[in-house]
Design a protein around this ligand. Structure first.
Ligand code: HEM
Length: 405
């Protein structure tokens, strides 16, 4: 103890501190499997890519079915997608792969398939979920563009490795091109693998901690709200769910004009830790009834979290968003919805919301946010699509097989 304060003591203290930091780092590294061997199984009663922790890169591809397709063609199409996805996610090249070396490191690759209305209309109209149609407009906020909306078939491809992802995307599209045309592709990203401790909530391009309040697999909430086991919900098929994709432009140029208190007030959480304005840490429960000394609510009436939080037992959604950041396409700062003349950003969120029933769970939240949400000052929905995600399948089956029985 006497060494404290001497040069030796300081060195020893620093040494111990360093050792602790190295140990912490080693533990963090241990927790992450090496990407060369990291795989997510494709087969199972539910599709992967929903409650799977989101990898760093994602591509959402909406396709339109060719005019002349019949039910038997859809079956062939789904069998091809299933076979390719099973191979690629296992790190094996599909038969016709001309770049088989690019298939060897899936890096947590998942391929998730979604259906628009037309697949049900052609194959089995009786199975079509009542909610499977475009969302009714939210006129206060929507500036939807056809180029980012709708679609008959969705391929959601995620991986930690952007090269793997690009190859998987190309393989799948090559194999389905005689059945479909590509309607839109949305590419997004999150933090790189290993850049933060596992379980850290990601940040979006506004710098906000985004994804704190979400159903989890640790308790029953994922089962209840995403897979529909809640008594007031019903999955459209056992093991199935739904996906709403909203492409939301985030105006980073006007966001620059808001100071830190205004930014925190708009959401109701702090920017540094993501804690609610009524708490200390990210996991603290927001106290919506707390008031300031002058009697004003600490979390403002227009704050995003006050407006978004569930108002009934089933209004819970799984948010699994990806950021996008595209080049500004000309010197005057043209963005993909044309609002930021003179700006230097073309960025936003591919806002992905998974839930058993979009009409009961997503729509009421979105409706409230459209009516009042300070974040609307800087955000504009520019695309919208709804898909039914069918159950997973076994090795002898194929995705979507229940439509054919
Ligand atoms: C919470 C950002 C759009 C639903 C949050 C939080 C942030 C955020 C920072 C607080 C931390 C958290 O719990 O994740 C954004 C941004 C958006 C956006 C930047 C658009 C670009 C939406 C949309 C919906 C939505 C479109 C649904 C229609 C929610 C919900 C919560 C939330 C349900 C949790 C509320 C609670 O505390 O219970 N969002 N959000 N958000 N957001 Fe958003």
């Amino acid at each position: 103890a006497g060494a404290a304060g001497t040069g030796l003591g300081v060195a020893a203290t620093l040494g111990a501190q360093f050792a602790t930091e190295v140990r912490a780092q080693e533990r963090a590294e241990e927790a992450l499997p090496p990407l060369q061997t990291a795989r997510v199984g494709f087969f199972g009663r539910r599709q992967a890519g929903v409650d799977t922790p989101p990898p760093a890169h994602a591509s959402f591809i909406a396709c339109d079915l060719n005019e002349e397709l019949k039910a038997a063609d859809i079956e062939r199409l789904l069998r091809i997608i299933t076979a390719d996805a099973a191979q690629l996610t296992a790190g094996r090249a599909p038969v016709v792969d001309q770049e088989p070396e690019l298939a060897t490191i899936p890096a947590e690759l998942t391929v998730t398939v979604g259906f628009g209305e037309k697949i049900f209309d052609l194959v089995n109209p009786a199975k079509k979920p009542g909610w499977l149609k475009p969302l009714t407009a939210f006129p206060q906020i929507d500036q939807l563009q056809e180029q980012w909306s709708h679609g008959d078939l969705l391929l959601q491809i995620c991986s930690q490795d952007p090269l793997t992802l690009a190859h998987a995307q190309r393989m799948l599209l090559k194999d389905v091109r005689s059945f479909v045309t590509v309607r839109w592709v949305q590419s997004g990203f999150r933090n790189a693998y290993g850049s933060s401790q596992q379980g850290t909530t990601q940040r979006n391009l506004f710098g906000q901690v985004d994804g704190t309040i979400n159903p989890t697999s640790q308790d029953e909430t994922m089962d209840q709200f995403v897979w529909g086991s809640h008594e007031d919900l019903e999955p459209w098929e056992e093991g199935g769910t739904s996906l709403v994709i909203r492409r939301i432009h985030m105006n980073l140029d006007t966001w620059d004009q808001a100071d830190r208190p205004a930014r925190e007030d708009a959401v109701g959480r702090t920017l540094d830790t993501g804690a609610p304005l009524t708490g200390e840490s990210e996991d603290d429960v927001a106290d919506l009834s707390a008031t300031t000394e002058l009697g004003f609510p600490v979390i403002a009436p227009y704050a995003h979290i006050r407006r978004a939080t569930a108002q009934n037992p089933v209004e819970h959604i799984l948010r699994r968003p990806y950021n996008y950041d595209l080049p500004v396409s000309n010197a005057s700062g043209f963005s993909d919805h044309g609002q930021t003349s003179g700006g230097v950003s073309n960025s936003g969120l591919i806002f992905c919301s998974y839930q058993a029933d979009p009409l009961k769970q997503f729509v009421p939240v979105q409706k409230r946010l459209a009516e009042l949400d300070m974040l609307n000052t800087w955000t504009v929905p520019i695309g919208s699509a709804v898909f039914a995600l069918p159950a997973g399948c076994s090795e002898s089956g194929f995705i979507g097989e229940s439509l054919f029985s």
